[in-house]
Design a protein around this ligand. Structure first.
Ligand code: ZN
Length: 156
């Protein structure tokens, strides 16, 4: 897990003023594995710092993303951009129905990394691999809904 002081150091280097609110954003990003949206971060930080603005959350995230220390995962069918402070090679697996995002570690990702850098000559700084699907919970819900539909039909 990334330490939140690496993020605040990066922010400082980028010329940002380090406020307690920004420190809290960095801490939250490093401690969570829930891949939060800007709004979720805002709601969480607001519990501790009621005066924080959504603009502060956005501009802090913008700088962190620009520095490459936080990844933008994009929307996963919920229309909201998600953020991930874990920029080490791993797979993000998103459920398109309940919108949870899991981290999957796979030896293949490490191999893929070596492939990418050896064929391109790039020094890799980070990676982002996103898979989409239906989580086991949502599959069960879908199956039970389908079965229910069939039963209703059979009763008629
Ligand atoms: Zn799901």
């Amino acid at each position: 897990m990334k330490r939140s002081d690496t993020l605040t150091t990066e922010l400082k280097k980028a010329g940002m003023r380090i406020t307690p609110q920004r420190v809290a954003i960095c801490k939250l990003l490093c401690e969570t594995d829930s891949h939060p949206t800007a709004n979720a971060i805002y709601e969480k930080i607001r519990e501790q710092y009621p005066s924080i603005s959504l603009a502060t959350v956005y501009n802090t995230l913008d700088v962190l993303v620009g520095l490459g220390t936080v990844n933008v995962l994009g929307a996963i069918g919920d229309g909201h951009v998600h953020f991930d402070a874990d920029t080490s090679p791993h797979i993000n697996l998103a459920c398109v129905t309940c919108h949870k995002i899991l981290d999957i570690n796979s030896v293949h990702v490490v191999g893929l990394d070596q492939d990418v850098s050896s064929t391109s000559g790039f020094k890799l700084l980070g990676a982002r691999v996103m898979y989409y699907g239906l989580c086991p919970d949502c599959q069960r819900t879908q199956t039970s809904l389908t079965n229910q539909g069939e039963n209703d039909h059979g009763n008629k």
